[in-house]
Ligand binder design. Structure first.
Ligand SMILES: [Zn+2]
Length: 198
């Protein structure tokens, strides 16, 4: 197998030296409607990896991200909780190239954590608006209109690959609150604030 970044031989989809050079987490926190949003990376430093979701190679990349970054972080958080069950909810698990990159983050992010249960396809966008490269104004005029089909009155952590303007997460948080989902925080791989290139 080859490293996604440098093409050298590697068992993992991203080799050790590329992980060391490009993937040292730098935690960014923001707040959307009272919910803390925690991101591991600056979007522009890892956008090639984020965009792998549009190709077949993204399957291995997102699986790797789930295991390497989401899983240890969530394990540490859940360990200190006395709550029996926390759900991991993805912000829309739409399929690209036959897989959902967000579902991979849920699956591998929750691996081996007893009290953490991934909720697949619970939160879906009714409208498939393409936000890539669009400014905030466009996003506000074209909401995704989420539908929530998961259980009510639960404890949850929200997951997405990227936060840009925050409009998507804002919508997701609103519908979850309507369904009495208590959101501990939202976790994303990357964050950017200029509202483009999602
Ligand atoms: Zn490499």
């Amino acid at each position: 197998m080859r490293c996604f970044s440098c093409d050298s031989f590697s068992i993992e989809p991203i080799c050790k030296s590329c992980v060391k050079d490009f993937l040292t987490p730098h935690i960014i926190t923001r707040e959307i409607d009272g919910v803390e949003v925690i991101s591991f990376f600056d979007y522009f430093l890892i956008n090639e990896y984020i965009k792998s979701k549009y190709s077949a190679s993204g399957y291995r990349i997102y699986k790797f991200f789930g295991k390497k970054f989401f899983n240890p972080f969530l394990k540490e958080y859940i360990k200190n909780l006395s709550i029996q069950r926390v759900y991991l909810i993805g912000v829309d698990g739409s399929l690209n190239r036959g897989y959902s990159n967000v579902a991979l983050l849920l699956r591998y992010g929750s691996l081996g954590i007893k009290n953490l249960k991934p909720l697949y396809n619970a939160l879906r966008a009714k409208r498939k608006v393409q936000y890539a490269g669009k400014p905030l104004e466009f996003r506000l005029k074209n909401p995704r209109e989420f539908v929530y089909k998961g259980p009510k009155n639960i404890e949850a952590i929200l997951v997405d690959d990227t936060i840009t303007t925050g409009t998507t997460l804002k919508e997701a948080i609103a519908i979850l609150k309507e369904n009495s989902v208590n959101i501990h925080f939202a976790l994303t791989l990357a964050s950017t604030q200029d509202g483009i290139d999602y």
